[in-house]
Design a binder for this molecule. Sequence first.
Ligand code: GLN
Length: 507
Amino acid sequence: MPTETSLHELSAWRAAEMLRMGEISALELTRALLDRIAELEPKIHAYLTVTADTALAEAKHADALLAQARRDGADIAPLLGVPMTVKDVISTEGTVTTAGSRILEGFVPVYSATVIERLHAAGAHLLGKTNPDEFAMGSSTENSGYGVTYNPWDLTRVPGGSSGGSAAAMTADQGVFALGTDTGGSVRQPASFTNTVGLRPSYGRVSRWGVIAFASSLDQVGPMTKDVRDAALILNLIAGRDARDSTTVDLAVPDFVAGLGDVGGASLPLHGLRVGVPREYFVEGMAAGVESTTRAAIAHLESLGATVREVSLPHTEYALPTYYILAPAEASANLARYDGVKYGLRANVPGDVWDVTRATRGRGFGPEVKRRIMLGTYALSAGYYDAYYVKAQKARTLIKRDFDRAFDEVDVLVSATSPTPPFRVGAMIDDPLQMYLADVLTLAQPLAGIPAITLPAGFSDGLPVGMQIMARAFDEAKMLRVAYVYEQTTGWHKRKPMLNGAPAHSS
Ligand code: GLN
C-alpha cells in the first residue's frame, strides 16, 4: 500500500490496476490529488477550475462500483476511479469552460466533448480544467485571459503552450493524466518543456466534437501523460470514428498498449527499424544543449538496433509562414460566433446589436486573438485570397509530400521538439514573431496530418529537453513502440522537479 505522498505520483495505468485490485480507493486517490493541488497551485497556477466536490462524489461512486464488480467478478471499466485533468478548451457539461478567454467567462457547456464522454464511459471522472493560451493561440500560456502558469522545473519560466496548464499539472503530479489540444504544437511543446509525454494523433483519429475550435483543419486532442504507456492507453480510449465529427476516419483503432510490446530481454529491441533524421530540423538558433541532447537520443536509438540516416524535408522552412496564414484564416471564421449573444460575456452598452458585438469583442478578446483575427480576415479577403490563402494551401501540399517521400524510406522521423528549453516568463510576450518561432519544429506535422509524440530525452542546464518522433498518418502504433523502448531504456521520465524550497535540478 503506497503512502499518501506516492499516490499523486501514480500514472493512469498503474492507478487503474491498483484500483481494480483494491489496493487503493478512488476516494483516497482523488483526495491526495486535491491536497497536492491545494499545496502547489499558489506557485504553479495550472488549473482554472478544480471540480473538488463532484470529483469526490464521483470517486465515492466509483469505489462502490469497484467493490460490487469485485464481488460479482464482473468486468471493470479500464479507468474506473481515475481522475482526469482537461485543458479548458474542451467542453465539459455543467463545468465552466472558457478556452482561456474572457469572452467565455462563466460559460457552462450543455454537453461534453466526445473525448470526455468516452473517458467517462471508461470510468474516469473530472478533476479540473487547466489553463491554456486564449483559444489555444500561443506557446507559453501567457496569452491566457486568466493569468500565467509557471513551469514547475523553474518557476521563473513558462511551461510552454498552449496546453501549459495540463503539462505543468502532469510534471508536478497535480493530476493522473491530462488532455491537451494540438493545432501547431500545443500538446508537444509544453510536454517537452516539462519532462512529460505529449501525443498529437493523426488528423481524423480523434473527434473534435465539443472542442472549442481554433483552426479546424489542424486541431486535434491528444493525451498528456507521465509515461508512454499512458499515452497509448488514453489514445485508445479517445480514438475512433465519431458520427458527430465528419472529419474522423473510419479506421480500426489498434490496441496501442499491446503494441508497445516488451522491452525486457531483447538486447536490440529496435533491430530493423529505419529512423530518419530530417536535416532541416536542426534549425538556426537551436540551443546547443537541445542539439546535443537530440543527437545523443538518436545515438541511443542506434545503439538499440535502429538504422539511422539523414533525410531531407525540403519545404520545412515554409511550414511556419504557411501555418500562420492558414491557422489565423480558419480562426477568424471560427471566432465569428462570439458576438455577445450566443455564449458567455455580453458588454451591456447602449446602441444596436453591432454596438454590443463590437464592445463584447473589444473587451472579451485578448491582443493575440485580435491579431490573429485581423491576419486571418486579411488573408481571406477578396484581392488577397489567392496571394495568401490559396498559396498557403499549395505550400501545405508540398509539405505533406515531403513527409510522404520520407516515409517511403524510413519508418519514423526523429527530431527535437522545441529549438530551445523553456524560456523565461515575459521574455517573448511583446515579440509575437519570436514567440511563433517556438513552434518551428511542431507546425509541419499538423499541416501534413501526421502523428507525432514527444517524450523526455534529457536536460540542458537543469531544464527538460524533449525528443519528437513522427510517423506516417495513422501509424501511431509504430511511433509509440519506438517511444516506449526509448523511455524504458533511459528512464528520463522518472525525473521530477523539486518543488519544496530547493531549486529544480536534473542531476
Ligand atoms: N503556438 C502555436 C500557435 O500559437 C500552436 C498553438 C496550438 O497548437 N494550439 O498557434
